[in-house]
Design a protein around this ligand. Sequence first.
Ligand code: SF4
Length: 482
Amino acid sequence: MDYTNMTYDEACHYAPMEEPARQYFFMEYCKALLDKLKKAVGKDTLTFHIATFGCQMNSRDSEKLQGILESIGYVETDSEEADFVLYNTCTVRENANQRVYGRLGQLNNLKRKNPHMMISLCGCMMQEEEVVAKIRKSYRFVDIIFGTHNIFKLAELMAERLERDKMVVDIWEGTDTIVEDLPTDRKYPFKSGVNIMFGCNNFCSYCIVPYVRGRERSRSPKDIVAEIKKLADDGVVEIMLLGQNVNSYGKNLEEPVSFAQLLTQVDQIEGLERVRFMTSHPKDLSDELIEAMKHSSKVCRHIHLPLQSGSSNVLKAMNRSYTKEQYLELVDKIRAAMPDISLTTDIIVGFPGETEEDFLETLEVVKKVRFDSAFTFIYSKRTGTPAAKMECQISDEAVKNRFDRLLTEVQKISSEMCGRDEHTVQKVLVEEINDHAEGLLTGRLGNNTTVHFKGDSSLIGKIVNVYLDESKGFYYMGTLRP
Ligand code: SF4
């Protein structure tokens, strides 16, 4: 088909209705439009830059967006002085929005110097009506806005923007659609995230995710396994199965499949050496999953199991659907099945109504469980969530004091836990050259701890044996072994 002189309306007419064929059509169409643009501005190449904020889901989305931009013919650059700049935003924390507005001001200055530059915004922040209204009103130089449910449409939206001189806004409130088989560009050749589900049904009272990412939707096991097989054939040795709550995977499929069953299928894929997953909600972590992990040689001995609070009262107010006792029981069960498991967690300090007694219970759980590491957060009020309206917000002073006490305990335990593999040989996936010291490589153990050791870059992407000479608290120094 000759796309060169086609108008956008004609393109919409000829484009197939089914996905992903429709998007591949628009990628070809955009390619033709960009060729014309290159001639008009006298450039051989047009560049793009993606800035990703937030979690692993956004990082994975950005790899897909990057794949689409490369298919259209853009070339990646590190700088925001690019022809197409895309912010994949996060809205989990309130101040994250302010940062994006600040950076948009700077982009406007760049656009004044390069008028054909396009600026696009997507991700969770765009799912909020007030945000989009504000951008429409005060940031009129933005070219394309889309949300979390339709990232697959980037080429189609760009086609519209290239042909029509006005801001294109396409936000979906929710979706059942999962578009498979679009191009992606992985950050690492040897490891990759794989989405197994989207959205969340849990409505934890402090969290905005269910409002901006929609209800749970699982991909079919067939599509997931096919994607991973393809990745393994392409040299990927480690995958991370991604979802806001992987333990409830498959419940909404026509033929329900449990996460444990999926894991067992993934475990059998040839060429794949390591499987990780993230994130596990404690209320949904089943005995079946523990058994599946126990009998797998590929699933890494690591579970990130967000505690959030050690007080059953606070957990109730958070709408977490488990008690302190249930969490501790679960940990015991996991450890009984896999004594070498590494457990990491997230903890929020200063949730509305948290008393000193509640906080002491959190400390008690931390001491009992002995997490390998814990991400500790000061509760931050997020407009749009039930917790933001709760009374009894805690004073800054009390929160700071509790946070410091928690951090001291968490760090002490982490450094003791990290040292437990000292003077043993472990399998390590070599990830990168260490930027801080010449001749050193950095790799990761199955339990997610990092190790630095001497070696050359030809080892990157390989799994090697490393003797762990010394624990440095949160990482090891090691020596390569045959
Ligand atoms: S499980 Fe809770 S914290 Fe996690 S994404 Fe869902 S609502 Fe947010």
